[in-house]
Write a protein that binds this ligand. Structure first.
Ligand code: ASP
Ligand code: MG
Length: 401
């Protein structure tokens, strides 16, 4: 007998038909003699709609009350799915995040899981029930409801799989796996049979919308056997694991992230201490800096550019502009009409020429590269936002077609 955790995203539980479909998948798994824990997201766009409703009343609601609101979407899904499964004649129980033992920190709307007290889950599984758990939520030390950050149900599922030492954690979504590029942008994107945790983590962080990146981090840490597949088709998905066979692929995927902006600081004196002052300031205001590029100094000045998430652009520009005279730097120029396009793959560690191939593809269609950053298994470039879809396509073509 195996223990399987199955997570169903918003699209998979969006309406009555879809819920019946999920009930069939779950009960088929149970029928085969497995223990099953099911984690559900809110139906369809419920969470977005809740956010909009809140904003109609208060542009800046407290994050505690946001969590009370947002967590209710998953509670609807879990009850409806339990009813659909009851109807098929199987013993079932639905549990909220806190009933299922999710203890989190108190950072509302983006809470970290501290631990899962699995006693209730185990009790229900031992009474032969299918257990449905509301994803994306938990409770903090003050007994207040918390949520794990948008897309956090994946992390709930992986956390349960890790805590119960499950044999498999299946993430059912509306795409049937992880692709070499977003199939909505790239016609010839192909599904990957498997991908390593490290590659998946880079892809998830660099804009691929398949898995919540914290769920991948956690799967890697606890070596959870993870699979991404579709609830709407009956095909095999993508396995995410520690080691994958290397095939002949130089890279595993191409992705883009539009949620970025660039700050350029002109005429920064070419002396020790300026970079420190600038980035200490960013860190003080909790602004996450990503790619940093510094030009070679002309006479005794240089320029420094860096990227920050779009939501932090105005703040970064404001605090630097206010202090440019006291720090002693020139103009501060910000733009959000940029995108980060990345390639990811463990193959690039052992194969020279991967960067050249990527840059050649961009050059061949006249796309200018603003910034470059690399790590062991990824290369990112910053391009104009208007070029980003074309960039993903030509790079994909260069490596996969
Ligand atoms: N319902 C939440 C969201 O839309 C959590 C999730 O779907 O994973 O962000
Ligand atoms: Mg969702």
């Amino acid at each position: 007998m195996s223990l399987i955790v199955q997570k169903f995203g918003g699209t998979s539980v969006a309406n009555t038909e879809r819920l019946k479909n999920v009930a069939r998948i779950v009960t088929d798994t149970k029928k085969k003699g497995n223990q099953v824990v099911v984690v559900v997201s809110a139906q369809g766009d419920t969470t977005d709609e809740f956010e909009m409703k809140a904003k109609e009343l208060n542009e800046n609601p407290s994050s505690r009350e946001m969590d009370v609101l947002l967590s209710s979407g998953e509670q609807i899904s879990m009850a409806l799915l339990a009813m659909a499964i009851e109807k098929l004649g199987f013993p079932v129980i639905s549990l909220t995040g806190w009933q299922a033992g999710f203890k989190t920190k108190s950072d509302h709307c983006n809470a970290r899981i501290k631990k899962i007290d699995t006693s209730r889950l185990e009790h229900e599984l031992n009474s032969n029930k299918i257990v449905i758990v509301a994803g994306f939520q938990g409770i903090d030390k003050y007994d207040d409801i918390t949520t794990l950050g948008r897309g956090g149900s994946d992390t709930s599922a992986v956390a349960i799989a890790a805590a119960l030492n499950a044999d498999l954690c299946q993430i059912y979504t509306d795409v049937d796996g992880v692709y070499t590029a977003d199939p909505r942008l790239v016609k010839n994107a192909v599904k990957l049979e498997e991908i390593s945790f490290d590659e998946m983590l880079e892809l998830a962080t660099l804009g691929a919308q398949v898995l919540h990146n914290r769920s991948v981090e956690m799967a890697k840490k606890y070596n959870v056997n993870l699979e991404v597949l579709s609830s709407l088709t009956n095909t095999s998905g993508t396995k995410v694991k520690e080691k994958v066979t290397m095939e002949k692929l130089l890279i595993r995927g191409v992705t883009k992230d539009d949620d970025t902006s660039r700050i350029a600081l002109l005429n920064v004196p070419d002396r020790p201490g300026f970079a420190y002052q600038i980035f200490a300031l960013m860190s003080k205001y909790n602004i996450n800096v990503d790619i940093i590029v510094q030009s070679i100094g002309r006479s005794d000045m240089k320029d420094i550019s860096f990227t920050v998430p779009m939501k932090d652009m105005e703040l970064a520009q404001k605090i630097l502009t206010e202090r440019k005279d006291s720090i002693g730097i020139g103009d501060v120029i910000a733009t959000d009409s940029v995108s980060k396009v990345s390639i990811v793959g463990a193959g690039m560690q052992t194969n020279p020429g991967v960067a050249a191939k990527m840059f050649e593809a961009l050059y061949s269609v006249g796309i200018n590269i603003n910034m470059i950053s690399t790590s062991e298994i990824k290369i990112s470039v910053l391009v104009d936002k208007k070029d980003s879809v074309r960039a993903v396509n030509v790079i994909h073509e260069a490596f996969f077609e």
